[in-house]
Write a protein that binds this ligand. Sequence first.
Ligand code: BV8
Length: 247
Amino acid sequence: MTQLATIVILTGAGISAESGIDTFRSAGGLWERHRIEDVATPEGFARNPGLVLGFYDARRAALAQAAPNPAHLALARLEREFAGKVLLVTQNVDDLHERGGSREVVHMHGELKSALCLACETRSPWGAPLLGEAGERPPCPVCAAPMLRPDIVWFGEMPYQMGRIYEALGQCDLFVSIGTSGAVYPAAGFVQEARAAGARTLELNLEPSEGSHFFHESRNGPAGLLVPRWVDEVLEGSTRKRASHEG
Ligand code: BV8
């Protein structure tokens, strides 16, 4: 394996599936129980804010019952021990990468544990419901307006940190996609950006995704099994960071 310097990783709902978090498009997934137009678009929120706030409040509450799985832990180990650069980009809005030990995570579709104020447009860390029992809306921590919405990128909205992501894709040696169906853009197009920049591309997914044919290599199986093995492979084949306790 040529010396790896920069790895870009994209994760999707599949990496959190073994932690008990629902995916979107697998059988029984989120999009079977809710229409995307109703709960994951600005128009749906304008039409029925209570339905959308309740949808995300339920998912935020479910986070407390979920724990990071071996795939999350392995990516945190890679970040700690790999001597080159790793950029972890996730489409997921859960906090399992952070709770698994990853220190730098790019949440391109936003986060359940953040709230966006429609009045002052600031994003604030948020762990509580956004809709009270009696339908009341909590005040924004910055401007006090009762105008908070989930800090989630809905369909038709611009994902976060796209400039930073495209810059990394243009310079990476390896692009790895983990647990995503490749159904949603612009994330689904990242593999082509990486290939155009000369990177090797690897897909780790339970089954072939819509974009499998774009990858040089595709391995199928549960992330909890495939990701730790892949991280071992990368760390064995490359120099490791000197552990901080070695001084
Ligand atoms: C934008 C909200 C532009 C957060 C989400 C036609 C063509 C191309 C594009 C478009 C088009 N029409 C419209 C568009 C654009 C649209 C889009 O892509 N639509 C699709 C449906 C065609 N995209 C957008 O609107 C994006 N914005 O384009 O803006 C723009 C330009 C200028 C100015 C303004 C705007 C915004 C997209 C973000 C939408 N928000 N979610 C939330 O509620 O969570 S997307 C939603 O799907 C989730 O965020 C999720 O991240 C994303 C992708 O899903 P996956 O993560 O892949 O999950 P999925 O269930 O699909 O798959 C799970 C996979 O895991 C499966 O493959 C399964 O096999 C695997 N798996 C399961 N278990 C395991 C496993 N793998 C390993 N181990 C396991 N155990």
